[in-house]
Design a protein. Sequence first.
Length: 442
Amino acid sequence: MKEELLQYLWQHKIFMQNELITTDGRDIHIISPGMMHHDAGPDFKQAVIRINDIIWAGDVEIHVNGSDWYRHHHQNDEKYKSVILHVVYNADMEIVRQDKEYIPTLELKNYISEEMLEEYKKLTLSTNNVPCGNSIASIPSLTLTSIISAFAVDRLLRRQEQLFRLLKKCADDWSELTYRALAINFGFKINSTAFELLAQSLPYKILQRHGDSRLQTYALIFGQAGFLQAYNPEAGTQTSKDEYFAQLYDEYEYLRYKYKLTAIPAGLWNLLRLRPINFPGIRLAQFSELLFTCADLFNELVLSENISNVYNIFNSIRPHKYWQTHFQPGKVTRKHPAHLGKDSINLLFINSIAPLTFAFGSFSGRDQMKSKALEILENTPAESNHITRQFCAYSFPHDSAICSQAMLELYSNFCKKRKCYSCPIGQYVVTNLYGSRASPPA
């Protein structure tokens, strides 16, 4: 039994309410369970309870065992003097105030369905990664749709907070923020840290000054990524086999000196367990081409009113022809595609464009932009990864990125932590599918 589950049951009055009595035999009627209180002090404030014929207004404290009152030292805390009812699962001890007055205690054990508690135990002890998976199909579609939408918004709000923290580091410059957020997501997790450090080391304003030169844009990106050190003639490492990278090196040396730039270590880039199309060289080339193609990332990608235009920008990215015969610098391969694939574009929409749009909507007070962010997710296919596939195996809806974003939020915050008592789906499964009422105590 978890205290959080008891709090939820009390808040929503999910127990038999007829013939409630205190442990000392007094009748109880719950007029209002009160408001959940998350700060220090009693769990519920401003409750209204009738005990026998007297109506009491005050606070309610919830515990698994009555003795938890003393274990938590509430007897010495002034904040608990206003408690009018002690609600416990197991009344193993009567509670007395400092003035020797007994605090009325309601023992819920006999008012809660045993079937419901058994289902709750099954969920929390389940070895499945999605504990409630077998019950998802039993949840009404409207209920599940509402829960999914709420979790998708929760994920956008969490991303928004991350973006606001990054915005402060960008001196409230939304163009710089858009550039950095895109850079991080061009790393597609495995190289996101290296991309983030690259963007930190190379301000967007410098790139914009040279945005009309494809060669200089690539030189700045690859130079700051640490990819051009192998072409340093002073170190005796220049190779005559790769004229293109030698050109990039010459351009970068001039720009590095001009702007006093320091490249990040090349060793930060990860090549392990990557398909060649995901090698950092290819991703850096795609990012460079985006910067060259798109003169103003924030205005053209975030503020654009036409989502199709944004998709077309990503879809039109065709890196320098060098990358059609290379996955890594200096290593020639057979000709291959080097543009962004549909799955990569969808991930950039989900992880960059939608969160940036939502965050700017909140920042500027433009609710239509927040709606636009949700529209982006609604019109983007759901992600397919090891987490979403587990949900889909249990018939969880996967019509769009709203569904997959909800799955990821559910898994990371509830399923993985076994917090079924706090999860709306877990609560519905336990209390609506298995929440039959118990018999009153004899």
